[in-house]
Ligand binder design. Structure first.
Ligand SMILES: CC(=O)SCCNC(=O)CCNC(=O)[C@H](O)C(C)(C)COP(=O)(O)OP(=O)(O)OC[C@H]1O[C@@H](n2cnc3c(N)ncnc32)[C@H](O)[C@@H]1OP(=O)(O)O
Ligand SMILES: N[C@@H](CCO)C(=O)O
Length: 344
């Protein structure tokens, strides 16, 4: 991370959806820019699977000086999710009562638990109104869940490449990755470095769902006339696995993928349509044409059931990760969205 996060430690135990609780929860967060006098310039960013609270470092082109969300204009908040490894309580954090990390025994959290923790942070920061909450993928799952729980807080909701309930297809991808991690014999009892070889394979599997046939064809094509001694695409897979293991751990990865799998806004609320119907924020839902993990149909469903939501689709060959890359298109649709909502 390019700058250190601030950390809030919750005074009270955090009750979990599974029925347990977490004591001494820490939430790492970044803020950028200044809260204006009217306190109406807050943008809250919910990050995806392996990112962190330093949104300026991982969403350049959308967040930063001269970008659509410029800290000169906005008070931007981004918090690391529970279960991750960038400062918020996760599987490698020593937790009470034994003050030791729980590793693979870390509790099964849900998106609702992530929201509950960040709701405590929102209250701690005294932010009664959020101009926009924005998130893609797991971040979008968190943003929509939060807008359902606290409909009066959010004026605008921006959802990218996400869904209302995780799909059997998405769960199957995650299970394949967990199987790779659990096949690494260091996963159980291996300490902080446990399962890293498995994580390397898991990231390589995940990449297949984050990119597309076209993206691989475009960036990893080989010369026609040579008998290859190695394949570019093979080396790319290995490199991406190495890149993630250098900055992430297997226990957080398993925890977060289970969180994604359990995501279902309709649970206990009479179904998805009834839950989405509670959203009061003006909503923009953005799908990506080549997203095989969260296909446009999932975005269309969100937009169909969130009252008055606007739906748009980004043309992109990048696949699911297009939500991190296609910043010019995102800015274009944001501008249309804000102009339209301002006019009403
Ligand atoms: C501490 C931190 O890093 S904070 C966390 C940062 N990450 C996040 O926040 C998560 C969200 N971000 C992401 O998922 C990604 O960064 C994305 C989707 C935005 C972009 O993905 P990238 O991996 O950067 O892009 P892409 O898929 O084009 O791969 C490019 C990389 O692969 C390398 N590469 C490309 N082809 C090959 C190949 N055939 N063999 C080996 N390496 C290759 C490139 O050299 C480049 O390496 P670099 O990342 O060291 O510069
Ligand atoms: N590429 C994203 C996951 C896709 O949502 C990440 O590593 O956070």
């Amino acid at each position: 991370m390019s700058s250190n996060p601030q950390v809030l430690t919750l005074a009270e135990p955090l009750p979990l959806e599974c029925g347990g609780q977490l004591d001494g929860v820490q939430i790492a967060y970044h803020t950028y820019g200044t809260l204006n006098e009217a306190r109406d310039n807050v943008i809250w960013v919910c990050h995806a699977l392996t990112a962190n609270s330093d949104v300026l470092s991982w969403w350049p082109g959308l967040f930063g000086t001269g970008d659509y969300f410029d800290p000169a204009d906005w008070f931007i908040v981004c918090a690391n999710v529970l279960g991750s490894c960038y400062g918020s309580t996760g599987p490698l954090t020593p937790v009470a009562p034994r003050n030791k990390p729980l590793y693979a025994a870390f509790p099964r959290l849900t998106v609702r638990d992530l929201v509950a923790a960040h709701e405590q942070l929102r209250q701690h920061l005294g932010l009664t109104r959020i101009h926009t909450v924005i998130g893609g993928s797991l971040g979008g799952q968190q943003a929509v869940e939060w807008a359902i729980q606290q409909p009066a807080v959010f004026e605008h909701l921006v959802l990218l490449a996400t869904n209302a309930q995780h799909s059997p297809w998405g769960i199957a991808f995650n299970e394949a990755q967990r199987l790779a991690i659990q096949a690494d014999c260091t996963y159980v009892g291996g300490g902080p470095e446990g399962g890293q070889l498995g994580l390397r394979a898991a990231r390589a599997i995940a990449l297949l769902s984050y990119r597309s046939y076209e993206a691989y064809g475009h960036s990893q094509a080989e010369a026609d006339d040579e008998l290859p001694t190695f394949h570019r695409a093979s080396s790319y897979q290995q490199y991406q696995g190495d890149k993630l293991t250098a900055r992430f751990n297997a226990y957080s990865y398993v925890t977060l993928s289970h969180i994604m799998d359990a995501h279902h806004v309709g649970r206990g609320r009479g179904g998805v349509a009834a839950a989405l119907g509670r959203v009061q924020a003006r909503t923009l839902v953005l799908g990506i044409t080549s997203d095989v993990l969260f296909p446009p149909a999932e975005q269309q469903l969100l937009a169909r059931h969130i009252p008055g939501a606007m739906y748009a689709e980004m043309e992109s060959g990048y696949g699911h990760d297009g939500f991190l890359i296609e910043t010019a298109q995102i800015a274009h649709f944001l501008e249309r969205f804000y102009v339209q909502t301002f006019a009403h």
